[in-house]
Write a protein that binds this ligand. Structure first.
Ligand SMILES: [Zn+2]
Length: 386
């Protein structure tokens, strides 16, 4: 008899089976808004594991192929609060013709496509994790999957999610580059700012004296604008400058756009106001004007260290012999949107690297640990609540 290395469910995670499942899922083409093939796969795979599935109509808002998928498993004990696991079904680029290559325990593509470990690694690990839970025969509460579409361009599927279809209140999202054990408790507020700067257009040879260059106004505004790292919890950037028609025309307008992220809503608002003010000031000095528009991207979240989601994942990580570590991120994720919509969830690392590039990879160890942690979380969630 082999010695029990883990508690029962995580021990049932089969390395070979999970690896093969990941390779199979990675080969299913599903770029943002075109997730139909992934959805078709899950329509078969999830009911086989005992899930009932529904789709929402989110895709109708952005002309996608399919909506967000919400899947429900009763578990063996309905008195336990349901726990959800979430990830996105899309990848950043097509993965057609993907040929995975395994070298020294790390999975890569052959260098001509992305790998799509972001986030097929989580999807594969969830399916194997729940399979392990079922095969181990342990008692467990209801499990829900919240699988979004069109995440990569800006969390769009989650923004249009029909939250009335989700029964759980708490969950986890494995979707970060830290090794398994990474626990992200805090995410930023983020907003875009659009500055439409107006001067006066004129031809350099015909009526140059009437000209007032919007470019020069914008340049003066930008020279006085604090950008980059504003403080330890606030970032600001100008990423778009759009304008001009002909080299002979003094430009009458230009659009300058950027975004701010901060863990503090107050600091976010203060920085946006600063960006508006310096541009208004530059326009005022030279007789131009500025139309300003703000666009909220998402709200921040801050899950307490003593929250049951935090303590459960810390204990679960230790049980599968990985080191739990608490951290925060200024990156945005579905986690921001789900928390904003009344769910409580945290992001967990599953260890993919160089995402959104042809050098994307994930170690087999992180893939397997994601599967084990999924199973262990289900088991520990039950142990905590029974
Ligand atoms: Zn992702």
């Amino acid at each position: 008899m082999t010695k029990k290395q883990f508690t029962s469910a995580a021990e049932e995670v089969k390395e070979e089976r999970l690896l093969n499942l990941f390779l199979e899922l990675a080969k299913i083409n599903g770029p943002s808004t075109k997730e139909q093939l992934v959805a078709e796969y899950l329509k078969k795979a999830l009911p086989e594991l005992g899930f009932t599935i529904v789709f929402d109509e989110a895709h109708e808002n952005f002309n996608g192929e399919v909506g967000n998928l919400i899947a429900w498993h009763e578990g063996t004990d309905a008195s336990i609060p349901p726990l959800f696991f979430s990830t996105h079904m899309d990848t950043v680029l097509p993965t057609e013709g993907l040929k995975p290559v395994i070298k020294d325990g790390v999975i890569y593509s052959d260098g001509t496509t992305i790998l799509g470990a972001d986030d097929r690694a989580a999807l594969a690990a969830y399916l194997e994790g729940i399979r392990a839970v079922i095969e181990s025969g342990i008692p467990h509460g209801p499990i829900e999957f919240v699988l979004t579409v069109n995440e990569q361009p800006g969390l769009v599927g989650a923004k249009y999610m029909d939250y009335s279809k989700i029964k759980s209140k708490a969950g986890y999202i494995f979707d970060s580059s830290g090794d398994v054990g990474q626990i992200i408790l805090k995410g930023p507020y983020s907003s875009r700012i659009w500055l439409e700067v107006e001067g006066n257009a004129a031809h350099i040879a015909l009526n140059a004296d009437e000209g007032n260059s919007a470019f020069l106004i914008a340049a003066n505004g930008l020279l006085n604008m604090k950008l980059g790292t504003i403080d330890e919890e606030t970032l600001a950037n100008i990423g778009i400058i759009n304008g001009g028609e002909l080299t002979s025309i003094i430009p009458g307008s230009v659009t300058v756009a950027g975004e701010v992220r901060s863990f503090s809503k107050e600091k976010l608002d203060r920085q946006l106001k600063h960006m508006e003010e310096v541009m208004q000031e530059a326009a005022r000095k030279s007789g131009g004007k500025v139309n300003v528009r703000f666009e909220k991207k998402y709200s921040g979240f801050d899950i307490p260290k003593d929250h049951i989601l935090t303590s459960t994942v810390e204990r679960s990580a230790r049980n599968i012999h990985v080191n739990p570590y608490l951290t925060e991120t200024l990156g945005g994720a579905d986690t921001n949107i789900l928390n904003e919509n009344g769910l409580t969830c945290i992001t967990l690392g599953n260890g993919f690297q160089n995402i959104h590039s042809f050098r994307e990879c994930i170690s087999i160890e992180n893939l397997i640990n994601t599967g084990r942690l999924t199973a262990e979380l289900i088991e520990q969630w039950y142990e905590t609540h029974k």
